[in-house]
Design a protein around this ligand. Structure first.
Ligand code: ARG
Ligand code: ZN
Length: 856
């Protein structure tokens, strides 16, 4: 059944208190729940408790056997009074829980995942985020097997029981929705520290992992302390319990979960050491630790009224973690990475069959709405409000929001109203960002009359139709722009913020005494696509002169994109402007190497495809490779001297160290792209001598992508050495699978089909499934092999995965849903696979929603 935002009604019954009693074992766990319930308002409706796969073993009301009935999976009880105590008992089997929602088994430990609707797989309860409850949790388990027992809040009592069992009781004083419930029972060790909050509270921090992984937890612990201090300094938000625990598990459906006082993480976002984690992994660990920690306020203290408001906590928290990461190193590089991520994941979503607004109107399965739109576009929407208000007013507005809604379940509207009130602005039209899907397009045309010193900028916006939303109104687009003088290299018009509110606006500039060059959407101030009439020469000029690092990067990207699109659509293009611009960037001593590495990378195959009405994967690949080869050849001396300048660096995790490694891998890639005969040896030497995973994986990727037969020896040897060196480390094996699945070689499809039969491959572990199947499905060249074998392979895997873990399977549907962008033969083959999936008996709700929308 479809759930609609417009149908929201407050809960009939509240549950102020809940006592849970778990008798834990993987093969049979008994759950007793005692809910104190209170009628909410005057009505005579029964108490309805959500369940999923549960059978009540006993139901009591105020201590006596009670009459109850099942309505589908829900337990329904007629209650006469205003308040009652309702007790239920159920039995569940954690070791058979392959969906990884509810209580499940991972790596010998027991853990939970409840968001969004997993709590109903543990016990009968009103499973909706606007029912806030105080929890008291008792757990009993075998002491030898599960020496550590954790839950939300503070530990209050523990002791030994009979038959080698022991127990612990935890109490969480903060009322919370059930999606924030968590428990963990396991054989775990903690990396501990304390943090003293601004008001002097001492918090015990613990990061819990397998004993052997303890040495890999220092980075996460450090990031946690930085996050706690940052949220106090930047948002005035202090931590509120005496303990904060994080547990890492290997089997997890997504990144991590912000359960109150007991975050549970996918181990890939906790474990890091130089030998096994790349710089990218280190950054991701810190960002996710910060994200989940920040949820304590944006999500837990103030939660969501209903799941349509998901972006209230996710968009805001992503914005907060992006700001945090920007403060730790290069803000410019962080912004570039975030925008690249938005364009790679969210823009295609917004332009395809699964497009939905930041605040959706309906869903079949809420798990399908943990999307780049809710998270990343949602973060851009918060960022735009921060831009419109300015830093002081934005802080006043978030203070007001936290203050006013603390302890409640709020809406996106509540947040925007605080922005208006504290910011003194009218955001009526701005609210369209929450309701209209689709990426707005802006056309900017700059005209200059040399004689009178005037220039006119015409800005036109349009929002494309998306499923269910044929007609769109103009949005509020905050565009930062500036004009440079092409002759004098100076600023003609200082940066200004233009709020484009109409379908069309004309802006006049005076005193433009020379030909102006437009720098627009600086800092990516609005998440839109901008079309300009800027020439290759102007883009090259900006790539060398713009004082906004993002705009500078963007000019280079646009120049590359224009060149590649011309190459694909017209068969040929002039490479010279790109080569010259890259040469200038490489030789600019003022630039941060991390920025240079970003700027000189060509746009991805799929981003090039996104610019075209019909995607021709092979031509895109060939044209991009041709430009890479030419860049490699023409600038070979520069790549080599850059490479030499950082080749012998020792590992250090610092912005400078990271920048050097990034440029090193980029240079190695270009040297190999040039076809230089020593390229594979250079890569192999880097692979063998690396003192860190960034360099090792960078070299492995170069070899894994090498099309040349001459590199076969090095490629095969490196993959083999890598596999054996890390065969007992699941997270690194994921890299081994993923690197091969992303290979641009012509034989990748065959290799991936073999890898799916490798003894280390399993669909039961989401990280492993994503590393092979997820990565392959975004490998544009390999996935779209003209014979359709790539589609068939992915569909087969999704059908198998859906039987184990529908949520993870459904996340991998979008690549098949992009059939409209491919020529008729491929499109038909992609559709046929979607139809085949849809026809599977017993297909999950998750897959049914994603696949049927993709076919529409
Ligand atoms: N709230 C978690 C986070 O911090 C993610 C939960 C994802 N849940 C899901 N059903 N996909 O982002
Ligand atoms: Zn989140």
């Amino acid at each position: 059944a479809i759930t609609r935002r417009a149908d929201y009604t407050p809960p009939d019954w509240l549950v102020p208190d809940l006592a849970l009693d778990f008798d834990l074992a993987p093969e049979r766990t008994r759950v007793r729940a005692a809910l104190s319930v209170a009628r909410n308002g005057a009505h005579d409706r029964p108490l309805r408790l959500d369940g999923d796969g549960l059978t009540p073993l006993a139901v009591r009301v105020d201590g006596a056997e009670a009459r109850w009935r099942m309505d589908g999976a829900a337990l329904v009880i007629d209650l006469p009074g205003e308040t009652h105590v309702v007790e239920t008992e159920v039995q569940i089997v954690p070791e058979r829980n392959t969906q990884l929602m509810g209580l499940y088994h991972s790596g010998g430990n027991l853990c939970t995942q409840c968001e969004a609707e997993g709590f109903r797989r543990i016990t009968f309860f009103p499973d909706r985020p606007d029912v806030l409850t105080r929890y008291r949790v008792k757990m009993t388990a075998d002491k030898a097997r599960y020496p550590v027992l954790l839950a939300n809040g503070d530990p209050v009592a523990s002791g030994d029981g009979e038959g080698g069992r022991h127990w612990a009781e935890w109490h969480d004083p903060f009322p919370k929705p059930c999606y924030l419930f968590a428990l963990v029972a396991g054989d775990l060790a903690a990396n501990r520290a304390t943090f003293t909050t601004a008001s002097g509270r001492t918090v015990q921090l613990g990061i819990w992992v397998r004993e052997k992984d303890l040495p890999k937890t220092d980075h996460a612990l450090h990031a946690l302390k930085l996050s706690m201090a940052w949220d106090e300094r930047v948002y005035g938000r202090e931590y509120d319990l005496d303990v904060f625990n994080i547990v890492a598990v290997d089997d997890f459906n997504f990144g991590a979960m912000e359960n109150k006082g007991l975050n549970i993480f996918n181990s890939r976002y906790i474990l890091a050491d130089p030998d096994t984690a790349t710089d990218y992994d280190y950054d991701a660990v810190a960002a996710v630790v910060a994200h989940e920690y920040f949820h304590n306020w944006s999500g837990n203290r103030v939660t969501c009224r209903d799941w349509f408001q998901l972006s209230l906590k996710e968009g805001f928290t992503v914005y907060r973690d992006q700001q945090f990461s920007a403060d730790q190193g290069s803000a410019a590089v962080k912004r570039i990475e975030d925008v690249r991520g938005l364009r790679a994941a969210q823009f295609p979503e917004d332009g395809g069959p699964l497009a939905h607004p930041v605040r959706p109107d309906e869903y079949l399965e809420i798990s399908n709405f943990y999307t780049a739109t809710i998270y990343n576009k949602g973060a851009e929407v918060i960022r735009m409000m921060a831009t419109i208000l300015g830093p002081q007013k934005f802080r006043a507005a978030t203070d007001l929001y936290f203050d006013r809604f603390d302890g409640t379940a709020a809406t996106c509207e509540d947040f925007v109203a605080c922005m208006e009130e504290a910011g003194g602005v009218d955001l009526t039209q701005f609210r369209l960002w929450y309701s209209q899907a689709g990426t707005p397009r802006v056309t900017a045309t700059l005209d200059h009359q040399a004689g009178d010193g005037r220039a006119h900028l015409t800005l036109r916006q349009s929002v494309p139709p998306t499923p269910g939303q044929p007609d769109k109104a103009p949005m509020v687009l905050p565009l930062k722009l500036k004009l440079f003088g092409a002759e004098t290299d100076t600023s003609l018009i200082e940066e200004r913020l233009v709020l484009l509110e109409e379908a069309e606006t004309r802006i006049a500039f005076e005193g433009v005494t020379e030909r102006p060059v437009l720098s627009i959407n600086r800092g990516f101030s609005a998440p839109v696509i901008v079309d300009t009439n800027r020439s290759a020469a102007d883009l090259a000029f900006l790539s060398a002169q713009d004082d906004d690092p993002f705009a500078r990067y963007e000019a280079m990207q646009q120049l590359m994109l224009d060149t590649l699109v011309a190459a694909v659509t017209q068969g040929r293009a002039d490479h010279a402007p790109v080569i010259e611009a890259v040469a200038n960037t490489l030789s600019d001593p003022a630039l941060d190497p991390a920025f240079v590495a970003e700027a000189v990378l060509l746009p991805s195959d799929s981003f090039i495809g996104d610019q075209l009405a019909l995607v021709d994967p092979e031509t895109i690949f060939q044209k991009r490779e041709a430009l890479r080869r030419e860049l490699g050849r023409a600038l070979e001396d520069q790549w080599r001297s850059l490479y030499e300048s950082v080749r012998a660096n020792r590992f250090e995790y610092s912005p400078a160290g990271k920048g050097a490694r990034r440029i090193k891998s980029v240079a190695l890639g270009y040297i190999n792209a040039s076809g230089a005969s020593d390229g594979p040896d250079l890569a192999f030497a880097q692979f063998e001598s690396a003192d860190n995973m960034t360099d090792r994986q960078g070299a492995l990727t170069t070899l894994a992508n090498s099309p040349s037969d001459a590199a076969n020896g090095q490629r095969v040897a490196a993959l083999d050495i890598f596999y054996h060196r890390y065969s007992d480390n699941g997270l690194v094996l994921d890299k081994w699978f993923q690197t091969q699945a992303l290979s641009t070689r012509a034989d990748t499809l065959d290799a991936v089909q073999d890898l799916a039969r490798h003894p280390d491959f399993t669909l039961a572990n989401p990280n492993r499934a994503r590393a092979l199947i997820g990565a392959f499905a975004v490998n544009q060249r390999a996935f779209h092999a003209p014979d359709g074998r790539g589609y068939r392979f992915v569909a087969d895997q999704l059908i198998a995965l859906d039987k184990l873990n529908p949520q993870t399977a459904a996340k991998l549907v979008p690549p098949l849903g992009r059939w409209r962008r491919f020529e008729a033969d491929r499109a038909a083959k992609m559709r046929a696979e979607l139809e085949r999936i849809l026809a599977q008996p017993g297909l999950s709700k998750d897959m049914t929603e994603q696949v049927s929308k993709s076919l529409d």
